[in-house]
Write a protein that binds this ligand. Structure first.
Ligand code: IVH
Length: 665
């Protein structure tokens, strides 16, 4: 008898979810791929025929839903903190002593877990259904990436626990998927991801969940906030596993810190056999009650600590040294290496930073060297092994001319860098455009390094302003550019016109102005014209904007060429000011606070979070750049320092009045 389609759909969804769980989480497939695909096809066909019976937890949803316009910002009810690091067994013993002292206990159980090198997310379930997933963001608020998370095959859309629950975990990409993705990107001329962590972060920020689905992201959960839940973290993890979450199997309950150290040492070499990257271990106090007693600092919980593995070092041979010209003209020597496997990826290049570093290392072409990748993206040469030299090694000459445009190079005063002074140098032009289209800047998908090179060489781009004047008819003539790619590219260029103001500032490529500084400037100014007209005084009075940055901003806007490009952007309709809604929410933006003494209505954590939420800054010490010292009972030495420097001192009540008056503006 033919089954009722509604019932069959439900049956197939349950079956396929179970098979997925066994395959991806338990690593224990129970049916063949062929059988799975057959059932999957049956389900997809039924769903197409009877869309009204489609279930939200259907595995067909994992291929990604609608393209999004942007991400909503969501506040974390419980801040997502970071963790203190330790690097040796001595530091772990110190951590244990501190726990015992502060918790007033003689013995402590610990849970040791792997420290997955990915991206932290918070997952919310209601009535057993996955309803919301948020990035860590700044720890207080993050982006709603629910649709992207739904594409992760190991993330359950349904769990067998119906109370509201928040679970936290790490999204990551497996090493083999990472290598595959980068090969594909290389083929398409897209910018390569530096490591699996960056690839994960980049994927989660994509607006098209269908592309995210192809990235094959994974997740492990490591924390759960469960009302009236278990009394130990160990039991929390087991509970999370039971109700359907992927919990890493290599967790261990240790009776004392020596057992913890033993387990950490065990993983130092074992980690390389894992299919994903870890950058250390996490040690957590097992008792939830003791965790609560210990509490948190503003930055991190006192009951957990990360144990970071020493960076892996390997030896290889320097085959050549090439000179790269950056977007600001800086010449950077790069060592071309005999490819070698280190910390999870194959590397064939290492930066030598500058020519002073070459001198310091005493490095020659042909040398055998030690390299390491210390959690950072680009590996570095640590030292040369002169003992194995053959005599055939060659010195690395300091260039007198730019390797690309042949201009005579200049050496900046007070800086070690050698620079090509020619602002029209094709290498600089290309790098500036590559920077402009990058993910943290205007995020123009489809205009990777390869296409920038081609478009500059064909004379279609001579600065980033030209991007907005590219025409279909010119692009379609280029080899390997099909109708669809051209249309997609033009769409993505059009979309970038309304990129957030901070990204635009970053995209301009002002020397010394990175992502963070751009955000600060975007908080402070409402438009590019306001930023352009700000003098040195104003700029350098902004907290975290130093004199070098201030001067660099002024230099940038004093340059005729730059002003012309900005005009081009304006004419093309690129938004060069804050969105109206952006202005209002950060009512304390640009203000820097220091707190001393005990407050009546807030704990330290609370007031700091509150100020940050309203866009203000909190620092630990008073300086000339401090706007207000909030002074509670029994203030410390900060009060005197504020008095000496003439910093405004306000009470808790005055602080609240200040907030209210700004709210009502
Ligand atoms: S527990 C900080 N457990 O490490 C509050 N975190 O450096 C407790 N991480 O943002 C976090 N593996 O993204 C915890 N097994 C693990 C982890 C882990 C990786 C990440 C997490 C956090 C970062 C802090």
């Amino acid at each position: 008898m033919v089954k009722d389609p509604k019932e069959r759909i439900k049956e197939l969804v349950d079956l396929l979810n179970y098979y997925n769980y066994m395959y991806y989480v338990e690593n224990n497939p129970v049916i063949s791929d062929y059988e799975y695909d057959k059932l999957y096809k049956e389900l997809a066909e039924l769903e197409e025929k009877y869309p009204e019976y489609k279930l939200p937890n259907s595995p067909t949803q994992k291929v990604g839903g609608q393209v999004l316009e942007g991400f909503r910002t969501i506040e974390h009810k419980i801040p997502m903190l970071s963790m203190d690091n330790t690097y040796s067994s001595e530091e772990l013993i110190e951590f244990d002593k501190k726990i015992k002292r502060m918790g007033d206990v003689n013995e402590v159980d610990y849970v040791v877990e792997l420290k997955y090198d990915g991206v932290a997310v918070s997952l919310h379930y209601e009535k057993g259904e996955f309803v919301l997933g948020v990035t860590r963001g700044d720890g207080f608020k993050g982006d709603d990436i629910t649709e992207n998370l739904k594409t992760i095959k190991t993330l359950p859309l349904k769990i067998t626990y119906r109370e509201p629950i928040e679970v936290r975990g790490e999204v990551y990409m497996r090493k083999d998927d990472f290598e595959k993705l980068n090969k594909e990107r290389e083929k398409n001329g897209d910018v390569l991801f530096a490591n699996p962590r960056n690839a994960t972060a980049g994927s989660l920020k994509l607006l098209d969940p269908k592309i995210v689905a192809q990235r094959n992201l994974q997740i492990f959960v490591y924390q759960g906030f469960i009302k009236n839940g278990p009394e130990t973290h160990w039991e929390v993890l087991n509970f999370l596993k039971e109700i359907g979450f992927p919990v890493n199997p290599y967790r261990k309950l240790c009776k004392d810190i020596h057992k913890v150290i033993e387990y950490c040492n065990e993983w130092e070499s074992k980690r390389f056999n894992l299919p994903y990257n870890i950058d250390g271990m996490v040690i957590k106090v097992n008792s939830i009650l003791l965790q609560r007693t210990l509490g948190t600092t503003t930055k991190s919980p006192r009951w957990a600590v990360a144990y970071k593995f020493p960076a892996e070092q390997v030896t290889t041979v320097v085959k050549d040294v090439i000179i790269q010209v950056g977007r600001t003209g800086t010449l950077t020597p790069v060592a071309i290496l005999e490819p070698v496997h280190v910390s999870g990826t194959t590397v064939s290049r290492a930066t030598l930073h500058n020519f002073d570093e070459i001198k310091r290392l005493g490095i020659k072409i042909g040398d055998r060297v030690f390299i390491e990748k210390s959690g950072e993206i680009i590996p570095k040469v640590v030292k040369v092994i002169p003992e194995v030299r053959t005599g055939k090694e060659k010195n690395i000459p300091i260039p007198e001319f730019c390797p690309v445009c042949k201009s005579k190079v200049v050496k900046d005063k007070e800086e070690v860098a050698i620079r090509c002074p020619n602002i029209r140098c094709p290498a600089q032009v290309k790098e500036r455009i590559i920077h402009f289209v990058g993910r943290d800047a205007m995020n123009i998908e489809g205009l990777g390094e390869k296409w920038v090179n081609i478009l500059v060489d064909k004379g279609l781009l001579s600065d980033y302003g030209d991007i907005y004047y590219l025409k279909y008819d010119d692009l379609i003539k280029i080899e390997r550019m099909g109708d669809k790619s051209v249309k997609n590219l033009l769409d993505s260029i059009e979309r970038s016109k309304s990129t957030p103001f901070a990204n635009l500032i970053y995209a301009l490529g002002i020397r010394h102005i990175g992502v963070h500084a751009s955000e600060i400037l975007a908080n402070e100014f409402n438009s590019i014209d306001e930023l352009k007209n700000a003098g040195f005084e104003k700029l350098s009075s902004i907290s975290e904007i130093g004199p070098i940055m201030a001067e660099s901003i002024i230099d940038f806007f004093n340059n005729e060429e730059n002003l012309k490009v900005i005009e081009k952007l304006k004419k093309a309709g690129v938004r060069m000011e804050k969105e109206k809604t952006e202005e209002k929410k950060d009512i304390l933006s640009g203000l820097s606070f220091v707190i001393t003494g005990t407050l009546k209505n807030y704990s330290r954590n609370e007031i700091e979070n509150y100020i940050k939420k309203l866009g203000g800054k909190v620092s630990d010490s008073v300086s000339k750049k401090t706007d207000y010292l909030i002074c509670g009972d029994q203030p410390g030495s900060k009060l005197q320092k504020a008095q000496t420097l003439g910093v405004k001192i306000i009470s808790e009540e005055e602080f609240e009045k200040l907030v209210k008056s700004r709210m009502n503006k």
